[in-house]
Design a protein around this ligand. Structure first.
Ligand code: DGJ
Length: 396
C-alpha cells in the first residue's frame, strides 16, 4: 500500500508538534536554566546560582559598592576535605541588584612559588576590598596563614589593583602595630611586667590577659591578626578590625591614608571576650559591631555592641539574632554588614554557613537587620527581598 504524501506531511507535522510539546514541557518556568539562575529574592541557606548557573563561590566575603555596581569578594573554596585552603585564591562577583551575580573571576590568585606567602595551600580568609579615592587604587586585605603552619602565623595581608575586579598585586603580609602600645595605655601599663609561667585559663592568667599579657608578648613582632574586616568611615579613614591575642581580644586599628599600612594607632576591644568574625556598620553617627564566638567551623551565638566613637567605649548589646535558631546564628557566622545603596537604614547581615567536609558547598545566610530600641535585630526569613526596606527608602 502506498501512503499518500499528505499523510507523510501529517505525520511529520504531528511529530514536530509532539517534539515541541516535549520541549515546552521540559522548559516550564521553574526548570529552564535561565529561570533557575534569575533571582528576585534572597533564599538564605539555599544553593545560590550565579549567572553561569554555578553556586557562588565567595565565602567569608565582603562587598564593595563602586560606580553603581556591587562587587562581592570572597574565599574561593574547593570540594572535599582540604577545600578550605587557598588552592585557587580570592574570587570576585558583580551585581547591580544584589540578587543576581556574575562571576568576574579570581581577583587574587594563590601562586605556585614554593615558600611564597600566598603559595597554593596557604589560608586566605575573609577578604575585604576598599577603594582609596586619593590613590585611585582598590585595596584588599585578608587573613593569611602560611602553608602547612595551621593557624599559627596569624597575619594580615594586603594587595592592590587599579581595576576593581583585579588582578590584584600582592604586596606583603604582616602582624599589625609592631612596637606600638594600644592608644589607651598609660605609662604604667606600658611598663607592667607579667609572670611568664601563668597557666592558661586560671583566674590569674585571665586577669593578666585582660591587662595585656599577650599585647606585651607580641609587642616587638606585631599583634596577631586572624578573622578580620575593614570599615571606611565617612571622613575616609579606614580601619582594620581583627581577632588578636590568640583570638581572645579584638583590635581596631587605623590604616594609613593610602590604606596599605597601619598607622600604629589601635585599641583593644573586650579583652578575653573571645570574639571572631567581626562586622561593622555605622548608623546615625553610631557604630555597631556584630561578631561571633570562637568555635572553629561550628556555629555559635552572635553578639553585638554599640559605640558613639569607633575608638569606644563599646557597650555590649547581646545577641542580635532572635527566634528559632538564634542561639547558633541560624547555623552561620558573620562576615560583613552591607549597607544597601539608595535606601536609608537598610543593612544586610551577611554570614557563612560553613561546610568543612565539603567547603565549596558552604551556604550564604543574608538577612535584613532592623533596629528595635536602637539595637540591631536579625530574624530568620526563608526568603525575602529588598522591599522589606521600602518604608525606609530615601524619597528623592
Ligand atoms: C572560624 C573563623 O571565623 C573562620 O574564618 C576560620 O578561620 C575558621 N574559624 C577556622 O577554623
Amino acid at each position: 500500500m502506498t501512503i499518500p504524501i499528505s499523510t507523510f506531511k501529517r505525520i511529520k507535522i504531528l511529530s514536530l508538534f509532539s517534539m515541541a510539546a516535549f520541549a515546552f514541557a521540559c522548559s516550564s518556568p521553574n526548570s529552564t536554566d535561565s529561570e533557575k539562575r534569575y533571582h528576585n529574592n534572597f533564599q538564605p541557606g539555599e544553593i545560590w546560582l550565579d549567572s553561569d548557573s554555578v553556586h557562588i563561590n565567595a565565602h567569608g566575603g565582603g562587598i564593595l559598592f563602586h560606580e553603581g555596581v556591587y562587587y562581592w569578594f570572597g574565599e574561593h573554596k574547593t570540594a572535599g576535605r582540604g577545600g578550605n585552603s587557598a588552592l585557587v585564591g580570592i574570587g570576585c562577583y558583580s551585581s547591580t541588584d544584589l540578587y543576581n551575580w556574575k562571576n568576574e573571576g579570581i581577583a587574587l590568585a594563590s601562586v605556585e612559588e614554593e615558600g611564597a606567602d600566598i603559595e597554593k595551600g596557604c589560608v586566605m580568609e575573609r577578604p575585604k576590598v576598599i577603594y582609596n579615592a586619593e590613590t585611585g587604587k582598590f585595596v584588599m586585605w585578608f587573613h593569611l596563614e602560611l602553608k602547612e603552619k595551621g593557624y599559627e602565623a596569624a597575619r594580615t595581608a594586603v594587595a592592590v589593583s587599579d581595576q576593581v575586579t583585579g588582578p590584584f598585586t600582592y604586596l606583603r603580609s604582616l602582624r599589625p602595630n609592631a612596637g606600638q602600645w594600644p592608644m589607651e595605655y598609660t605609662e604604667a601599663e606600658k611598663n607592667q611586667t607579667f609572670e611568664s609561667e601563668l597557666e592558661w585559663w586560671t583566674p590569674e592568667w585571665m586577669e593578666a590577659l585582660k591587662k595585656g599579657l599577650f599585647v606585651a608578648r607580641d609587642f616587638e613582632g606585631g599583634q596577631m591578626s586572624r578573622d578580620m574586616t575593614l570599615f571606611v568611615d565617612d571622613d575616609g579613614t579606614a580601619y582594620h578590625i581583627h581577632s588578636s591575642e590568640d583570638n581572645l581580644t579584638l583590635h581596631i586599628s587605623e590604616l594609613t591614608s593610602d590604606y596599605t599600612d597601619f598607622t600604629g594607632k589601635y585599641t583593644r576591644l573586650f579583652p578575653g571576650g573571645h570574639n571572631e568574625a567581626p562586622a561593622i556598620l555605622k548608623r546615625n553617627n553610631t557604630y555597631y559591631l556584630i561578631a561571633s564566638g570562637c568555635t572553629g567551623w561550628d556555629p555559635n551565638a552572635a553578639r553585638s555592641a554599640v559605640a558613639s566613637s569607633i575608638w569606644g567605649p563599646w557597650e555590649q548589646l547581646g545577641n542580635p539574632c532572635v527566634g528559632d535558631g538564634s542561639d547558633l546564628t541560624f547555623e552561620s557566622q558573620s562576615t560583613f554588614v552591607l549597607p544597601v545603596q539608595g535606601m536609608d537604614d537598610a543593612y544586610i547581615f551577611m554570614a557563612d554557613r560553613w561546610r568543612p567536609k565539603d567547603p565549596i558547598d558552604g551556604r550564604y545566610i543574608w538577612l535584613p537587620i532592623t533596629f528595635e530600641n536602637e539595637k540591631p535585630v536579625i530574624k530568620w526569613q526563608d526568603e525575602w527581598d529588598l522591599s522589606v526596606f521600602d518604608s525606609q527608602t530615601v524619597q528623592k
